[in-house]
Design a protein around this ligand. Sequence first.
Ligand SMILES: *[C@@H]1O[C@H](CO)[C@@H](O)[C@H](O)[C@H]1NC(C)=O
Length: 280
Amino acid sequence: MAFANNGGLCVLVLSALMVACTAGNFYQDFDLTWGDHRAKIYNGGQLLSLSLDKVSGSGFRSKKEYLFGRIDMQLKLVAGNSAGTVTAYYLSSEGPMHDEIDFEFLGNLSGDPYILHTNVFTQGKGNREQQFYLWFDPTRNFHTYSIIWNPQHIVFLVDNIPIREFRNAESIGVPFPKNQPMRIYSSLWNADDWATRGGLVKTDWSKAPFTAYYRNFNAIPSSSNSLSNSARQMATAGQLDTTSRRWLRWVQKYFMTYNYCTDLKRFPGGLPPECRQSRF
Ligand SMILES: *[C@@H]1O[C@H](CO)[C@@H](O)[C@H](O)[C@H]1NC(C)=O
């Protein structure tokens, strides 16, 4: 009787732990890779920060590699005068033919908007930039930045709103990332030679150290059943549903500041083939 009770308790404790575990733990899931004390994990693994000063930036990397799934992270970006700083958050495989899915947050002067820069590399080749303003101040609170990656498409989301879709266009000869597992990386570094208006605005080192914060990491393979129904549906669906498509159009209409797919000057010989597919 006592034994059975203990068993029952254990099941309860275990399932409570499993719920707690799905939120992720930075000690378990990531290695701090550079920048010494500038990269830090605290609150028992619930919070991570990267900082940048005149001497160095800092970075971290996931211990695991991922092949397809949904990856969520909450970020709170460098506040105040962050011009010249870049917070990169991306997935990447290794080697010269690597695949990569990028979020890069370009800082700005106090009161001027961040730019969210995105790119997709397949087999070592990128040049697929799209840039956006955000509809909120990303330095004030944590917001969720997600990537859905399955064999049909890659979707970039901000607070669960899709901002960009890169569809599998292998049928017209565009390579799609599907064989090389990727790690998650992030770094905070100084890019004042290009990031702010092409290098016109320099990093103000009197404001250093610059700090960005991370929490609530979650990585879920597409096959997992630990996702809520709607999250799983979005992670595994080969295309966006009508509501998501409407949001995507809203973001692209009002917040997109650059799209390689409309940059005819840059591609005088014709736009990249996948651009023909990205109309909707
Ligand atoms: C910074 O703000 C200016 C003025 O609103 C804007 O033109 C620029 O694109 C913003 N972003 C960067 C990275 O310079």
